[in-house]
Design a protein around this ligand. Structure first.
Ligand SMILES: Nc1ncnc2c1ncn2[C@@H]1O[C@H](COP(=O)(O)OP(=O)(O)OP(=O)(O)O)[C@@H](O)[C@H]1O
Ligand SMILES: [Mg+2]
Length: 451
C-alpha cells in the first residue's frame, strides 16, 4: 500500500537514508530518526503504520524502542534489523511483539517485500474487522501476530463478538490461506456424529458406514480447522481431540492405521473455560494445550466508539442490499445505540441496523426505527472490572445482561429468514450471515421446527 507511513530509525545517517530513499521511491511516506529517543518524539506527534529500526542504536536500543512503540500503540508494526543476529535477541524481539527480525545486509527487494507484506495485512484486516477502539486494536494486533505461525489459537468471547470472523482472518493471513478453511460447530452434533465428522470412519465401522469417509482432521491437512464451541464438548471427545494435538495423528473410527495430519487448530468458545476446568467439565490438559495463544473478542459494550463506526457500516451495507438511500443516523438514535448493553453484540447490532433500514421511511434512521428492546433498555450495564482496553478477561464470559429479550428477537429473526428462504437452511443461513452449522445449532437450541 504505497502511501503508508514509515519511520526509519538508525544512528548511521547513510544507512537510514538508503532505506528512506528506497521506500519513498516506491511511493511510501517515510521519515527518519537518528535515535530511539528522537523516534519516540516523532511518534508522539505523527501517526506511523510501521517503524523500521536498527537493533544497536546509541542510547535506547532497538528492543527498548520496540517495547515502547508496541505498548503505546499495538497496531504499529515494528521491523528490527541487525548486523549481529543472536538467538537471544531474536527471542526477546519476538516476545516483545516484533513483526520481523531481519539480518543485515537488507537489500532493496527484501525490504520492499517485507514492507509490502505489512501493509497488505493492515489493509485487508481493516476491510473485514471493523473498529478502532483500543480493545479492537489489541484484538487485531493479536490476529496479525499469530497468523503467520502454525500455533493453536483459542478465541474467547461472548456470542456475536466476531469469533468466527477472527478465525477466518487468521487463516486468511497465514501461509495456509490457499487451502480451504474448514469449520465445525462442536455443539451442533451428537457425540457419534461429531466423532465421525472429525475423525472419519472406515467402511463397516458401524451400521451406516457403507463407505470409508475422511474426517475433518484429515481433510484439513496443511490447512486450518476451526473447532467452534469447543467448550461444549464432552470429556471423552476432549480426550480424543487432545490426542490429535499431541500426537499429530489419529485413527479413523474403526481404523487401525494411524493417519498423520498437519492441521492448524483454531478453537473458539463463549464459555468460561477456566471456570469449566475448575468445575471438572473441561480437561485441564486440553485447556492448557489450547490456551497457548488466547485471543479475546471483546463484547461490543467495551468497544467504545466502535458502536458508531459499526452502526454506520452496517447501515450502509443494509442500504446497499435493500437498494435504499439511507444516509445518517439521528443523534437520538445514535445515543440509544451507544447506551444499550448489546447482549447479542455485533451480530445484534448488525440485525438492528438491517431492520432499521428496512423499516425506516426517510434518509435518516430515527429512534422509532430501532428494535423495541433497545428503546426499553434498562440503564446500560457494564461488567464490573471489565477491562476496556486490554481485553484481559477477569471474571467470566457469561453475559452480564439477561439474554431473554435478545433471544426472543434472535428466534424471530431466524424464523423470518426461514420463511423468506422457504425453509431452505443453506439460504436462510446466508441471509442471517451464519454458517449452516450455526443455524442448525440454533434451530435445535430454540426448538424451531418446520411447521
Ligand atoms: N469487528 C467486526 N467488524 C465487522 N463485522 C463484524 C465484526 N465482528 C463481527 N462482525 C460480524 O458480526 C457477525 C457475528 O460474527 P461471528 O459469527 O464471527 O461471531 P461469533 O462470536 O462467532 O458469534 P457466535 O458466538 O454467536 O457464534 C458476523 O456477521 C460478522 O461478520
Ligand atoms: Mg460463531
Amino acid at each position: 500500500m504505497p502511501g503508508g507511513r514509515i519511520l526509519v530509525v538508525d544512528d548511521e545517517e547513510r544507512q537510514r537514508e538508503i532505506y528512506r530513499d528506497i521506500l519513498v521511491d516506491e511511493g511510501y511516506g517515510a521519515e527518519t530518526a537518528a535515535s530511539g529517543e528522537a523516534a519516540l518524539r516523532l511518534l508522539a506527534q505523527n501517526r506511523f503504520d510501521l517503524v523500521i529500526t536498527d537493533l544497536n542504536l546509541t542510547g535506547m536500543t532497538g528492543i527498548q524502542l520496540l517495547t515502547e512503540v508496541v505498548s503505546e500503540d499495538p497496531t504499529v508494526a515494528v521491523i528490527l534489523i541487525t548486523g549481529y543476529p543472536s538467538i537471544q535477541s531474536a527471542v526477546e524481539a519476538t516476545r516483545r511483539g516484533v513483526y520481523q527480525y531481519l539480518e543485515k545486509p537488507v537489500d532493496r527487494a527484501t525490504l520492499l517485500e517485507v514492507v509490502g507484506e505489512v501493509f497488505e495485512r493492515l489493509t485487508t484486516l481493516k476491510r473485514t474487522i471493523i473498529g478502532d477502539s483500543p480493545a479492537t486494536r489489541e484484538m487485531m494486533r493479536m490476529v496479525l501476530k499469530v497468523a503467520p505461525s502454525a500455533h493453536t489459537v483459542l478465541i474467547l468471547g461472548e456470542s456475536g463478538t466476531g469469533k468466527e470472523l477472527v478465525a477466518r482472518e487468521i487463516h486468511h493471513h497465514s501461509s495456509r490461506h490457499d487451502r480451504p478453511f474448514l469449520a465445525i460447530n462442536c455443539a451442533a452434533l451428537t457425540e457419534t456424529l461429531l466423532e465421525s465428522e472429525l475423525f472419519g470412519h472406515e467402511k463397516g465401522a458401524f451400521t451406516d458406514a457403507h463407505q470409508q469417509k475422511k474426517g475433518l482432521f484429515e481433510r484439513a491437512h496443511q490447512s486450518t480447522l476451526f473447532l467452534d464451541e469447543i467448550g461444549d464438548t464432552s470429556l471423552g471427545m476432549q480426550a480424543k481431540i487432545l490426542r490429535v494435538l499431541q500426537e499429530r495423528e489419529f485413527l479413523r473410527v474403526g481404523g487401525e492405521e494411524p493417519i498423520r495430519t498437519d492441521v492448524r487448530i483454531i478453537a473458539a468458545t463463549n464459555k468460561n473455560l477456566e471456570q469449566r476446568v475448575k468445575e471438572g467439565g473441561f480437561r485441564e490438559d486440553l485447556y492448557y494445550r489450547l490456551n497457548v495463544i488466547p485471543i479475546v473478542c471483546p463484547p461490543l459494550r467495551d468497544r467504545g466508539d466502535d458502536i458508531d463506526i459499526l452502526a454506520h457500516h452496517f447501515m450502509r451495507k443494509a442500504a446497499l442490499v435493500a437498494g435504499r438511500r439511507v444516509e445518517r443516523i439521528s443523534p437520538e438514535a445514535l445515543e440509544a445505540l451507544r447506551s444499550y448493553a448489546w447482549p447479542g453484540n455485533i451480530r445484534q447490532l448488525e440485525w438492528a441496523m438491517e431492520r432499521a433500514v428496512v423499516l425506516g421511511e426517510s434518509e435518516v434512521i430515527e429512534l422509532r426505527d430501532l428494535p423495541p428492546e433497545i428503546l426499553q433498555r434498562p440503564a446500560a450495564v457494564t461488567a464490573p472490572g471489565a477491562a476496556a482496553a486490554g481485553g484481559q478477561m477477569e471474571g467470566g464470559l457469561e453475559p452480564i445482561i439477561p439474554e431473554g429479550s435478545w433471544e426472543g428477537h434472535e428466534k424471530a429473526k431466524i424464523i423470518e429468514a426461514l420463511q423468506r428462504s422457504n425453509w431452505n437452511i443453506t439460504r436462510a443461513a446466508q441471509l442471517l450471515g451464519m454458517t449452516f452449522r450455526t443455524l442448525q445449532y440454533r434451530l435445535e437450541k430454540f426448538g424451531i421446527k418446520r411447521p
